[in-house]
Design a protein around this ligand. Structure first.
Ligand SMILES: *Cc1c(COP(=O)(O)O)cnc(C)c1O
Length: 354
């Protein structure tokens, strides 16, 4: 039996998607060639790229609204600098909600002046800062919707007249938002979409072409748009499997359907953390992430027993990140509710044995 996979990333994908991907590696499109040995310029793959770009916009409700979807390489980490390279002329504002947000800010500093409008570093990023002021004279405001390492999630996004840029790597396609509030969204595939290798960038075209610096072609969003996301060889496997995952999501009922499932999974686990006297949550309650649940044992003496119990229960990937410690259960779209129930059962078993 497949393990209950709570990995933070690369992470669980739907079983049906993995089966289709495996078949395509052997014989893609019934052409008796592998997906990974055909030209990316061949009709079957060009169709994959077109569909993947279109479906991403469709699921986000951004079709025909001036946005373009791209599948780029270099991970979300390359977007930290590509955003600044393409958009930062003088000054940019950042909300510092964790390691990834801080890394994005660090890269932007290379390109211009930056303002950290607020930070939750004082309490090891266990909450989302609120009531901050966004300067009006900045080129953009950058936020991280979900802090994968710390288990916090922005439930609301500030109203602002400056372009809003969002790193949605770990919660894109997991909940309904008015995505048209954002001017640029990026997300590494490996958290909620597909295998590592592709990064989805959704950008409002009118935002581009305004900085005075020269931009190397491969780092220029406009170049990628003009080449329909085929400037150079794209990560074909990652793009194809991302398309399969997006089709899986569409056929289930789209983001509104999966949001409902994600809410049920989060409620099940957070209710147990709050009820069970042996456990304590890490993140501030109102900012808890529905994707990455961070929690600790109240008493470390139960660690060996707990670790044995969850491993025996076929659970994988819940060790916390080194900067938080404890445990982190990542519950991306493809994780079934019964996997969360398996973890809750183990937590209750530990309580019985304590
Ligand atoms: C994982 C992650 C990143 C880094 O992604 P890479 O694709 O490895 O560069 C950036 N931001 C967030 C929110 C993440 O979860």
């Amino acid at each position: 039996m497949k393990k209950h996979n709570f990995s933070a990333g690369p992470c669980i994908l739907p079983t049906s998607v993995i089966e289709k991907a495996a078949a395509a590696v052997l014989n893609f499109n019934d052409d008796h060639l592998s997906l990974i040995e055909i030209s990316h310029r061949s009709k079957p793959f060009v169709d994959v790229m077109e569909k993947a770009r279109k479906l991403a916009l469709e699921l986000l409700g951004l079709e025909n609204k001036g946005y373009q979807a791209l599948y780029l390489q270099g991970g979300a980490s390359l977007q930290f600098l590509m955003v600044a390279y393409n958009l930062l002329e003088k000054k940019a504002a950042y909300l510092n909600t964790g390691t990834w947000a801080n890394n994005a800010l660090k890269e932007a500093k290379i390109f211009g002046e930056t303002v950290e409008v607020a930070s939750s570093k004082d309490l090891n990023y266990s909450y989302i800062p609120k009531n901050y002021t966004i300067p009006t004279d900045v080129d953009y405001f950058h936020v991280t919707s979900n802090n994968t390492i710390f288990g916090t999630q922005m439930k609301e996004f500030p109203a602002t007249n400056v372009p809003l840029i969002c790193d949605m790597s770990s919660d894109i396609f997991s909940r309904q938002l008015d995505f048209s509030k954002f001017d640029l969204i990026y997300a590494g595939a490996q958290k909620n979409m597909g295998p590592a290798g592709a990064t989805l960038v959704v950008v409002k075209e009118e935002l581009l072409g305004k900085v005075s610096r020269a931009i190397p072609s491969i780092l220029d969003y406009k170049v990628h748009i003009s080449k329909e996301s085929m400037f150079n060889t794209p990560p074909v496997f990652s793009v194809y499997v991302s398309l399969l995952t997006l089709e899986w999501l569409r056929d289930l009922g789209g983001i509104s359907f999966i949001e409902n499932v994600n809410n049920q999974k989060a409620k099940l686990l957070y209710d147990e953390i709050d009820r069970n006297p042996l456990f304590v949550g890490f993140a501030a309650k109102e900012d808890r992430s529905n994707m990455n649940v961070t929690f600790n044992l109240v008493d470390e003496k139960f660690k060996t027993t707990f670790d044995t119990l969850w491993k025996e229960a076929n659970i994988s990937g819940i060790n916390g990140h080194r900067s938080v410690g404890g445990y982190r259960a990542s519950m991306y779209n493809a994780l079934p509710l019964y996997s969360v129930q398996a973890l809750v059962d183990v937590m209750q078993e530990l309580e019985r044995r304590s």
